[in-house]
Write a protein of this length. Structure first.
Length: 265
């Protein structure tokens, strides 16, 4: 099972580990692309702070992120699973997983990134600021930039099992599973169900969408469940107490769509 996650906008400090070693990161087929994006980002932030703040879409309160980016080559690192914070990662609770569940997380979770393309949670990276929606002057929109390198690397990373795609729209642009891989891919939407005047009303949730996805992944990891395909995922989630409605694709080579129905946020 491969679980595709978005990163978080906010990130914890880089820690005290040794500086970044791009060659030591997972998915070495992305090293050349990572080097290019890193050089472009560091160069921009070191040369023109005002322009970098504009390109990165940073408010005045976040302009200190520019200087942080300028020092990425020598900044301290820590595991990516400790760098990413926010609602999804709080609900996922990597630090509190037992040893077996954490080992499964190391193997299964892949976090997409505008700077790194994608990393596993054990990869050591510095804290940074660069979303997939950024358009770097020399490279253009990062979502489009990453499509070629990702198409070369991700099908092999997906192996022959389930791909559980929990990415937000911006990060989904960097790689869209195709063909046989798409047929064993499942995307998840979280809907809140309310009874209004005796009639059920459903609405897409935003903030708690992330929390539900984090809990869902945690529950799979803790239970030691690794479904092989979307149909097995539906059964596994229902066994864990989730209310799930599945929409199988009308033809092969398309992802499944899963709706997780919640009544309480």
């Amino acid at each position: 099972m491969l679980v595709l996650l978005p990163p978080s906008e906010g990130k914890s400090a880089g820690g005290s580990g040794k500086p970044l070693d791009l060659g030591a990161l997972s998915l070495p087929g992305l090293t050349a692309a990572r080097t290019e994006v890193l050089e472009e980002l560091v160069g921009l932030c070191a040369a023109d702070a005002a322009k970098a703040q504009e390109v990165l879409g940073l408010s005045e309160g976040l302009k200190g992120e520019v200087a942080k980016n300028a020092g990425l080559r020598t900044a301290a690192t820590r595991p990516a699973g400790e760098i990413y914070t926010g609602v999804l990662y709080d609900a996922l609770g990597l630090a509190s997983l037992d040893a077996a569940a954490r080992k499964r997380a190391q193997r299964s979770l892949l976090v997409f990134s505008g700077l790194w393309g994608a990393v596993r949670i054990g990869d050591r990276i510095p804290s940074y600021r660069c979303s997939m929606g950024v358009k770097l002057p020399g490279l253009g929109a990062l979502g489009a930039y990453w499509r070629g390198p990702m198409a070369e690397v991700l099908p092999a990373a997906a192996g022959d099992g389930l791909v559980l795609d929990l990415r937000s729209a911006a990060y989904a642009t960097a790689w869209k599973p195709k063909g046989e891989v798409a047929g064993r891919t499942a995307t998840v939407r979280v809907l809140q169900s309310k009874i209004v005047n005796g009639v059920e009303k459903r609405s897409v949730v935003s903030h708690f969408n992330k929390a539900t996805k984090g809990r869902l992944v945690r529950d799979l990891l803790v239970a030691g469940l690794e479904p092989a395909d979307p149909a097995e995922l539906v059964a596994a989630l229902r066994g864990l107490g989730y209310v799930v409605e599945a929409l199988a694709p009308a033809k092969g080579g398309k992802p499944w769509g899963l709706d997780v129905i919640v009544t309480e946020l």
